[in-house]
Design a protein. Structure first.
Length: 181
């Protein structure tokens, strides 16, 4: 699990470090040595780890492992929130250290729990049925079609993400890459 992992090129340059590797603190060889299945989670507007130039290139270039990347559209860095401590409520700046302005924290945690559980069940327990929750029919949830029969079973043209009720898989992207052969 890599929750908004820091260290990509944009993040490293953002703190004024100009001597990093090709991918910030990573080089091709380091990413190629990642060989355990990995689930990356990131917001596409991450302003700490960054998406473009940050997490996305790490995901794309960890070529020797099976990997998934869950992307929250319009989310900043706090895509794996912990409840903000009560002390932070007095200061907007302190509170925003914990908060994600575009997404509700409970919803973020519920969605993360959905995908982390499926990922761990598949990769650690070998539960092949969990793959249905990760291998989504369309990578951008807003493009999925909810199409059901009267009895609730999916019709042939249904591409909705498993485990999500109608109208609830919104603002998400899920990508899957296999290791190079």
């Amino acid at each position: 699990m890599a929750l908004a992992p820091w260290g990509g090129a944009a993040a490293v340059k953002g703190i004024g470090v100009n001597f990093g590797g090709k991918y910030g603190f990573w080089e091709d060889a380091g990413l190629q040595n990642l060989k355990v299945p990995t689930l990356f989670v990131v917001g596409d507007r991450d302003d700490v780890s960054w998406y473009e130039g940050g997490v996305k290139p790490l995901f794309e270039n960890a070529v020797n492992t099976e990997r998934y990347m869950l992307v929250y559209q319009n989310a900043l860095h706090n895509v794996a929130p912990n409840p903000a401590p009560a002390e932070s409520f007095a200061s907007f700046g302190d509170y925003m250290h914990y908060a994600e302005p575009a997404w509700d924290s409970a919803r973020l945690n519920n969605i993360n729990q959905h995908f982390v559980t499926a990922f761990l069940n598949l990769k650690l327990k070998g539960d092949q049925s969990a793959a249905d929750y990760l291998n989504v029919p369309v990578p951008v949830s807003n493009n999925a079609k909810y199409s059901r029969n009267a009895d609730g079973t999916p019709k042939a043209d249904d591409t909705y993400w498993k485990g999500f009720k109608d109208r609830t898989a919104r603002g998400l992207e899920l990508y899957h890459l296999m290791p190079k052969q």
